[in-house]
Design a protein around this ligand. Structure first.
Ligand code: ADP
Ligand code: MG
Length: 649
């Protein structure tokens, strides 16, 4: 029958600079199940190298090493991890427990990777600790335990998956004599129950407990003697029941465990976690805020566009807004307005003439814009009146010197609060009587503190501008008429009158469309900035994760030694990156909502609209950042060589 562990002409050499160090040379060994072996030799003789190869943490350079008949030299990392889980339990000189975890949790780790169902795993870990006299220490962390206690926790960990072969590298090297005796007694007991125990030591007293002593010198086996005959093998080991869970439940359980480990690691390094997510918090918060402000602004403008009434068409001279040649185009005049008023689908026509004059009342003087408008103007534009009313059609016909003012003008000219209605003020040198005061309008189109005075356009032409041309004409289309058809009609009529197309029409639809186009462009810009800021945040996450992997090399090594696959390590670090980013996203969204609330409390003129979509997108984006930027560090961690990782201590 094949021996449990079999070395055949096995060599292991290291490349150290341009020198080759032969740590093991042509070693041939057979270790049977149930043996208690001590491996001795001075420092540098190759004991740890031998141990690492025995435990499948390392692979030979040449020769062969078989575990229960399986050749390991050509195995891939995850197959080696499987052998470690199924056959080996490690006990290290420095215990190698994970400092963030309780004794119970430390013992459970190999079982997690082996896929043992949770209740069974917890029960088994607890029972092993109990058997090793640690039942009252299960929720202590390694830092709260003595050296001897820590070593007993690590023995429990070596046993949790069955511990067919216990590999102990200088297990008593850091212990006082009492604890050493205790540990050796436990190892002997385990051997008596059928565990194969291999102890590396340089201490002859320790070796004296063994049944077989193998001496190494300079990578060669120089002696191999039995001190007690090997009396067969009675396996009374307590072996955990084979995992009965289906593979997918096993995958889910390991995923959940990886998540829990990630959360625990984040919780125990709060400062590092907070710093890692800072970039994501700022990125997500600023993106959500900017999008919300933009959306609020967009909606307000759209609602104002619709409040201007859907059935109006503005006619302007020139080809387009700001057309520099509009001065050369034939102006729009009263006869144009009269002609347009005759169109059947036109409800009413309001010309607009603008000028700016000084307002005077008593000794108060202000500069204000004065608009000459038709009587329909206030209805068309949706102005309400605080007091008084609009001038009527008869006022237009008879060029009365009447005016409507806004609240700002009233406050400016009547600072004592006396009523403006019925009073006379001077527009330049023209006295006008105030017949109405409009209500304040909230609008992004007009600044809140502008002064506005409206007078009949006929009065403006006759008494102020001396011109007979309008800045624009606004038509109110009948409710039952089709705006498109009306536009065509207006275009035809004016082209006929002017002989060419030297005017342009603007309706709310056109305004809405051009505004939507502008806001699309700005959204594109915002998205570009968002992408950049989130990439910067992601790079921050990657940097800190890379550092964190280096810092946690030992933890990774321990996990690998107890049987973690590369995918387990990859998963753990990826989940950690994603959780950090998600948490960053949550904090970022909360921050954005707080900013929205703050702006609202401060009485911002427009509301931020934080949409559900932007929250969902923020979550998705932060997870994607976590995956993308967490991948490199996680892969680095997964690709660490377990012995290099363990050698860090
Ligand atoms: P021991 O455990 O008996 O002290 P080791 O197995 O650790 O001995 O080392 C055996 C030899 O191999 C030593 O000469 C050591 O310097 C060398 N060695 C061990 N690990 C490495 C490594 N990773 N790179 C280069 N040389 C190494
Ligand atoms: Mg060593």
């Amino acid at each position: 029958m094949a021996a449990l562990l079999e070395f055949e002409a096995l060599s292991r050499s290291y490349q150290a600079g341009d020198q080759v160090v032969h740590a093991l040379r042509d070693v041939t060994l057979r270790i049977e199940a149930g043996e208690l072996v001590a491996i001795m030799g001075v420092s540098g003789s190759g004991k740890s190298t031998l141990m690492n190869i025995l435990g499948c943490l390392d692979q030979p350079t040449s020769g062969s090493y078989r575990v229960a008949g399986q050749e390991t030299r050509t195995m891939r990392p995850d197959e080696l991890a499987r052998l470690r889980r199924e056959h080996f339990g490690f006990i290290f000189q420095r215990y190698q427990l994970l400092g963030d975890l309780t004794a119970q949790r430390n013992v459970e780790i190999p079982a997690i990777y082996a896929g043992m169902p949770t209740p069974q795993r917890q029960e088994r870990a607890h029972r092993l600790l109990d058997r090793l006299g640690l039942s009252d220490r299960t929720s202590h962390r390694p830092g709260e335990l003595s050296g001897g206690q820590q070593q007993r926790v690590s023995i429990a960990r070596a046993l949790v998956n069955g511990g067919e072969v216990i590999l102990a590298d200088e297990p008593t090297g850091a212990l006082d004599s009492t604890s050493s005796e205790e540990v050796l007694r436990i190892l002997q007991e385990l051997n008596a129950h059928g565990h194969t125990v291999i102890i590396v030591t340089h201490d002859a007293k320790v070796a004296a407990h063994a049944h077989r002593v193998i001496a190494l010198s300079d990578g060669l086996v120089v002696a191999d003697r039995r001190t007690q005959p090997h009396v067969g093998h009675s396996d009374e080991r307590e072996v955990p029941a084979a995992a009965t869970e289906s593979w997918w439940r096993n995958v889910v359980a390991r995923f959940v465990e990886a998540g829990a480990m990630a959360i625990r690691s984040m919780a125990s390094h709060r400062m590092r976690t907070a710093l890692t997510m800072l970039g994501i918090v700022i990125g997500i918060a600023s993106v959500v805020t900017v999008v919300a402000v933009g959306e609020g602004y967009r909606r307000q403008i759209l609602s104002e566009i619709s409040s201007l009434g859907t059935n109006t068409i503005d006619v302007y001279p020139g080809r387009n807004f700001g057309d520099i040649r509009s001065g050369l185009a034939r102006p729009l005049n009263a006869s144009d307005a009269r002609a347009l008023a005759t169109l059947e689908y036109v409800d009413s026509v309001t010309p607009l003439i603008g000028t700016s004059v000084s307002l005077r009342r008593g000794n108060v003087t202000r500069t204000s814009s004065v608009s000459g408008v038709g009587d329909a103007f206030f209805r068309v534009r949706g102005y309400g009146f605080a007091t008084g009313q609009a001038f009527g059609a008869s006022a237009i016909r008879s060029q009365t010197q009447e005016a409507v003012i806004d609240g700002n003008v009233e406050r400016a000219l009547f600072p004592d609060g006396s009523p403006a209605l019925g009073q006379v003020i001077l527009l330049g040198s023209v006295p006008v009587r105030i017949v109405g005061v409009t209500e304040k309008q909230h609008s992004v189109f007009y600044s809140d503190d502008s002064l506005n005075v409206w007078i009949p356009y006929t009065t403006a032409m006759a008494r102020m501008t001396g011109q007979d041309s309008f800045r624009s004409i606004t038509l109110r289309i009948r409710d039952d008429a089709n705006t498109k058809a009306a536009e065509e009609g207006v275009k035809r009529l004016l082209t006929l009158r002017h002989g060419k197309l030297d005017f342009f029409l603007s309706n709310n639809d056109a305004m809405r469309q051009s505004f939507e186009r502008a806001s699309e462009a700005s959204q594109l810009l915002i998205s570009a900035i968002a992408v950049i800021s989130l990439i910067v945040g992601g790079i921050g996450v990657m940097n800190i994760m890379l550092v964190s992997v280096v810092e946690r090399t030992q933890e990774i090594g321990i996990r690998m030694a107890v049987g973690a696959r590369q995918t387990d390590i990859l998963q753990q670090f990826l989940i950690e990156a994603v959780l950090v980013c998600l948490l960053g996203g949550v904090v970022g969204i909360a921050l954005a909502l707080a900013i929205a609330l703050g702006l609202e409390l401060l009485g911002s003129p427009w509301k931020m609209i934080v949409s559900g979509t932007s929250i969902v997108v923020a979550f998705v984006v932060s997870s994607v950042i976590g995956i993308v930027f967490g991948f490199l560090p996680a892969r680095n961690a997964a690709r660490l060589n377990p012995i290099d990782a363990l050698a860090q201590v």
